[in-house]
Design a protein around this ligand. Structure first.
Ligand SMILES: *[C@@H]1O[C@H](CO)[C@@H](O)[C@H](O)[C@H]1NC(C)=O
Length: 562
């Protein structure tokens, strides 16, 4: 019986681990072709781990043939690794759990299930965690293995599991319950009547005029400043947050040293604010090599540090009273140019420190991909967020980009798994760059709805930004758009977005006192409200009230008279 109870409480339905001797108490089932492996008492759990030395290639590491990987199966993978030496001249090593699948067609597919960049001995045991979908074609055999570090780096591994992750068929009900709990609060109405007015004559309208939850979009700043009026109007009407697309990126706003276009980005930010739209600014620096300004690349040492510091203080100083968020160091799981060039793994912390000091009221964000829409770096993102949090450098939240792969349907089971994992860091998660692609606009509508429900219905998510809405200004074109073509047609995906965010997730109720009584409760979505009182169908305008409903309950006292 206790077993049944336990199963009911498991957040995710996990099947049988298909790794044998995952605890590594012996060498059984583990292969070490061309390298040297030995059992060691250095361990993460149990009494032993396996130590790997004598490697000649980055892709060599302890491996095991998996027992019964199923085509199309969804699997969660975990393992531990500890480096035994660092490599001179390198900031760290990429460490990975990889699955290779030999197909009946003769082809082999390689899946980076869990990658963790810049690992060092000082990190101790590193928890690799990730997941993958097995190929749909016939599977001949499959292997899980550790890889990544340079051959000169030795390591110990322990505690490996590959476990089927069963589709969560209750996800919609769970999402709805979270929305009910997290995105709404109670309004307690207390009504008195006088002057001979009876309950049957009184109606009260509870009308939400604005939502608090952030549903935003990337903004093409030039278009928004001086472009198509339909684009500007749609954005103003249907989104309450905007993200600066390209205009504030360092390499684009400062194409030559000192030749800086502040106007496009900052004027767009001011125009957004004047229309009641809050702003995420994107991005201060971008650590992926190709996005570092070309004129910054030859700089070294103190000159480079001074240049970076000036960039941060200048742009944050000019915008700190205009924006809510800044993406500080874009895609820092995927690029390390500044850290590498300065030979300082912790320089990304210094970038945050400077940004936070320059704008202490702006929430400073990491922003990355392969963390929620797919899961290869989910665990690494959690670990990065924990490192930033512990360093106390002003991390305000983590952005999950969520550009779903071409024609990839959002999987609510995996989305929840990924959000739960990143959520372990205890910082807010924002969905920063959402798009899905499907040339069928009705399927696209369903996919956007799935993604929106999975995000809005997860307690760690603070906001959802689309990465565009109009096909003519969308980096993925019409297949991802909610408004199509030169005719500016609201398509099925756009209609679904409006239905969800402006009807399903907005409150608009009328209560007749004859039915609800003089004391009643309305549970409404967070946001701005107007209360209107009608007597005999005619509004008594002097009794109207407006307020903002936040996380705590709100009391409305109404004394109805003629
Ligand atoms: C509220 O609902 C009523 C009745 O369905 C509708 O006429 C009205 O336009 C709605 N108001 C808002 C602000 O959505």
């Amino acid at each position: 019986m206790s077993c049944l109870v336990l199963l009911c409480l498991l957040p995710l339905a996990l099947g049988q681990n298909i790794v044998q001797n995952g605890n590594m108490e012996t060498m059984d089932h583990w292969n070490c072709w061309n390298i040297h492996c030995e059992l060691t008492t250095d361990h993460h759990s149990g009494q032993h781990g396996i130590k790997a030395t004598g490697r000649n290639h980055y892709y060599e590491g302890p491996s095991q043939t998996l027992n019964g990987l199923k085509a199309n199966g969804r699997y969660k993978v975990e393992g531990w690794i500890k480096l035994l030496n660092d490599q001179a001249g390198h900031l760290g090593q990429n460490v990975e759990l990889e699955v290779s699948v030999d197909l009946n067609t003769g082809k082999t597919t390689y899946i980076a299930v869990a990658s963790h960049p810049l690992a060092r001995t000082s990190d101790g045991w590193i928890h690799l965690t990730g997941d993958f979908n097995a190929p749909a074609e016939g599977i001949k055999s499959s292997t899980v293995y550790y890889q990544g570090p340079s051959p000169s780096v030795n390591f110990v591994v322990d505690s490996v599991s590959v476990t089927p992750l069963v589709a969560n068929t209750h996800w919609r009900a769970e999402s709805d319950a979270t929305i009910e709990r997290m995105r709404k609060s109670d309004m307690n109405f207390h009504v008195t009547t006088s002057g001979g007015i009876s309950d049957s004559q009184v109606e009260i309208d509870v009308i939400q005029t604005k939502k608090s939850f952030a549903f935003g979009t990337v903004v093409d700043c030039k278009e928004y400043l001086n472009g198509d009026q339909r684009y500007i109007n749609f954005l103003n009407k249907h989104f309450n947050w905007g993200v600066t697309g390209n205009a504030l990126k360092w390499d684009l706003m400062e194409p030559q040293k000192g030749q800086i276009d502040y106007d496009t980005g900052i004027n767009a930010v001011k125009k957004l604010r004047s229309n009641g739209i809050k702003v995420r600014a994107h991005n201060i620096v971008w650590s992926v090599d190709q996005f570092v300004p070309w004129w910054v690349k030859p700089l070294r040492g103190q000159t480079l540090k001074d240049t970076v510091k000036h960039r941060i203080q200048d742009i944050v100083g000019r915008t700190k009273n205009l924006v809510e968020h800044w993406d500080v160091d874009n895609e820092n799981l995927h690029g390390f140019w500044f850290q590498n060039t300065l030979n300082d793994r912790d320089y990304n912390l210094e970038i945050f420190r400077i940004a936070h000091q320059a704008g202490p009221n702006v929430k400073m964000f990491l922003n990355d991909y392969s963390v929620v829409s797919s899961g290869g770096m989910t665990g690494a993102y959690r670990d990065q967020a924990i490192r930033f949090k512990n360093a106390n450098v002003g991390l305000g939240g983590v952005g999950a980009q969520c550009h779903f792969g071409d024609n990839v349907e959002p999987d609510p089971t995996l989305i929840k798994e990924h959000l739960d994992t990143i959520g372990q860091a205890g910082v807010p998660i924002w969905i920063t760059e959402l798009d899905v692609t499907n040339s069928d606009e009705h399927k696209r509508a369903d996919w956007y709805e799935t993604a929106l429900r999975a995000f809005y219905g997860h307690p760690a998510v603070g906001g959802v930004m689309f990465w565009g809405f109009w096909s003519e200004r969308h980096w993925r074109g019409d297949a991802a758009a909610m408004v199509s073509g030169n005719e500016f047609r609201l398509n099925a995906a756009g209609q679904r977005f409006l239905d969800l965010t402006e009807k399903t997730w907005m409150t608009n109720e009328t209560h007749k006192l004859s039915q609800s009584g003089k004391n009643f409760k309305v549970r409404g979505f967070h946001g701005d409200y107007t209360i209107k009182v009608k007597v005999n169908g005619k509004e008594v305008t002097s009794l109207a009230q407006s307020f903002t409903l936040g996380k705590s309950a709100h009391t409305v006292n109404l004394r109805v008279h003629h």
